[in-house]
Design a protein around this ligand. Structure first.
Ligand code: ATP
Ligand code: MG
Length: 364
């Protein structure tokens, strides 16, 4: 698939913006804090309904304004498609596809598929399990609407169940309703665990090959799922652990406490990997993600590379750019030196300055 254009109104530091992309490699360059990441974030929002930075909708609206608009034109198998997003300060956002308003956010998934590379990807490897779950959920939601639906419902159940656990002191009569929440937790949670298991299994196969090649044949990587509880055990463990949940007044069992483990040469890279190994692991993971997406959607996703090239050494830069050729890409950077130096093919260059974009020059 290809993204043809992006239009913004009162989004972050943009009052008005209109960009037309090349189907090849697009480069947005400019100094710090000019709006490069903001433009990529807006594209991400039209794909996933959320900011990749986890920002709340109201904070995406330009300071002092009440509303923001994003419009993205996409082409899928030759057919154009328009996504309109209307962000409002005090209400839920409105989304329309080809002018038809969506009833549920999950209906957006699959229209525009992006794979986002950012320097913060390192946190998938280094930080808490929540980061790894966020990575899994962001991708699985785009690939599978049923997963997205189950996840939204599951998260609501966890919120309600935790609230109930806290309220039981004042309302002990509500204790029996825990059975209903537990049944819902299991019915939405079991398919989440199964999907994550399959997805991580597929990722593992790809990560092995990619990581070996990125490390020049020196490192064997392995990715494994560390579920809080196996799918077939969820109901039983939930019942068994209820006393503990009542004591700590929070839900301790279920996929909201899952993790994923990345090992390099048999050692957990999160705790024992060097900076370089962790960077390679994060890159392997994202490159594997592209391959899975290509397989599942039988098309290419759009790649958004936010300031990541400067983080990689020359040989990894080359490998990355080699693997993403033939995929439409939007790259941001602060200077053009790296590209000129390495003779990378760039199809269109935009200069970003204080919420304005100058250029859109076609390179030869
Ligand atoms: P860097 O190279 O440092 O990553 P960047 O070009 O990617 O910079 P962005 O993150 O896209 O920068 O933009 C940051 C700018 O956007 C900041 O100056 C910030 O104040 C501004 N900004 C963020 N949110 C809003 C908002 N809601 N309204 C107006 N301006 C905003
Ligand atoms: Mg940035």
């Amino acid at each position: 698939m290809k993204i043809l254009s992006l239009e913004l109104q009162n989004y972050r530091n943009y009052r008005e913006l209109q960009l037309e992309f090349s189907p090849g490699i697009n480069l947005l360059y400019g100094d710090n804090a000019q709006g490069k990441t903001n433009a990529l974030e807006a594209i991400c929002l039209c794909a996933t309904s959320k900011s990749h930075r986890g920002t709340k909708d109201r904070e995406l609206i330009r300071f002092g304004e009440e509303e923001a608009h994003i419009k993205v034109m996409v082409e899928k198998r030759g057919i154009p498609c328009r996504v309109d997003m209307h962000l409002k300060k005090n209400r839920a956002k409105g989304i329309a596809v080809n002018g038809v308003p969506l009833r549920r956010t999950a209906e957006l998934f699959g229209i525009l598929h992006v794979v986002f590379f950012a320097p913060e990807d390192l946190s998938i490897i280094k930080d808490s399990p929540a980061e790894r779950r966020r990575f899994l959920d962001m991708e699985l939601c785009q690939l599978d609407r049923i997963y997205a639906h189950n996840l939204i419902s599951y998260n609501k159940v966890i919120t309600q169940r935790n609230k109930l656990l806290k309220d039981l002191d004042d309302h002990p009569d509500l204790r029996d309703t825990l059975d209903i929440w537990d049944e819902q937790l299991a019915s939405y949670g079991i398919p989440l665990i199964q999907s994550r298991k399959n997805f991580i299994g597929e990722l593992d196969q790809l990560v092995k090959e990619i990581h070996l090649s990125l490390s020049g044949g020196r490192e064997e990587a392995e990715l494994s799922y560390a579920p809080n509880v196996e799918a077939e055990e969820l109901r039983r463990v939930l019942a068994r652990e209820r006393v503990r949940d009542l004591k700590v007044r929070t839900s301790l069992t279920g996929p909201h406490r899952d993790d994923m483990i990345f090992t390099v040469n048999g050692v957990d890279v999160r705790h024992f990997g060097s900076q370089g190994q962790q960077r390679t692991a994060a890159l392997s993971l994202k490159l594997a993600e592209i391959e899975i997406v290509k397989r599942v959607i039988k098309d290419t996703p759009i790649l958004l590379l936010d300031d990541v090239l400067s983080e990689l050494d020359g040989s990894r830069q080359k490998q990355l750019l080699h693997r993403i050729s033939h995929i439409q890409t939007v790259i941001t950077c602060t200077g053009l030196d790296d590209f000129v130096q390495h003779c990378f093919q760039i199809d269109k260059v935009f200069h970003v300055e204080d919420g304005r974009v100058i250029g859109g020059i076609h390179e030869q």
